[in-house]
Design a protein around this ligand. Sequence first.
Ligand code: HEM
Ligand code: HEM
Length: 182
Amino acid sequence: MAQVLTLKTRINSAFQLLMSFHWAMYWCFLILFTTGTIMARLTRGATGRSELYDVHKGLGVFVLLLLVARLIVLLRVWWRKYTKQLPKFSPAWWQKFFLHALLYLFMVAVPLTGLLFSNSRRSGSVTVLGLTLPDLFPVNPAMASLGQDLHFWLAYTFLLTIMAHLLAQRKFIQAQWRRYFT
Ligand code: HEM
Ligand code: HEM
């Protein structure tokens, strides 16, 4: 009994840490989608345009770093949970697994295509906290145009997948709503 309780507490503390990453990254994505859609529509030379690009690109790279830490915590949660007992592999489990895997895939692909676009257009154009990052991709106008298209389509498909996630989490959202507003 004491052993089961210890195991549950250990799983829960790792899961709580995972959810701390979840919410920290949620705020980052909110800022990234807002800055992205606004800045892409500003005309060249508009006030604040280049600052918005800098914030967007810097935060986009920062999110990639957070993602590495989040994946390590996720592996810890899985290890603690599934080395003791395998999941039931029910249709509901697979559905949740595929949706979360898709979200992770976008969390990697969207910032990478942003980097492809920025690096291929101009060398040394991405800074994080004042530090200029080394280029991941060489300058290449053809790749810049591909990166721009990919970044656009993947970002908005990611947004659609987030909507599907919200739909799947509607019970959680309803419970929060009741807790704070009724
Ligand atoms: C920015 C967009 C979001 C992304 C990319 C995202 C992604 C994820 C992922 C991958 C998981 C699985 C746990 C993990 O590995 O971290 C998860 C769990 C969860 N998400 Fe989100 N999420 C987002 C926004 C939201 C929002 C806005 C809500 C609710 C208002 C929400 C509610 C939840 C809940 C309750 C869980 C726990 C599910 C469970 O274990 O049953 N998420 N999310
Ligand atoms: C998960 C992270 C990211 C998200 C969710 C995101 C999202 C977006 C969105 C929604 C747009 C607007 C697209 C449009 O309407 O035309 C955009 C534009 C842009 N993003 Fe990102 N982005 C992310 C990461 C990055 C990174 C890491 C970089 C580069 C280092 C980057 C560089 C750009 C650039 C340069 C544009 C402007 C595109 C244009 O002028 O057509 N993004 N992003």
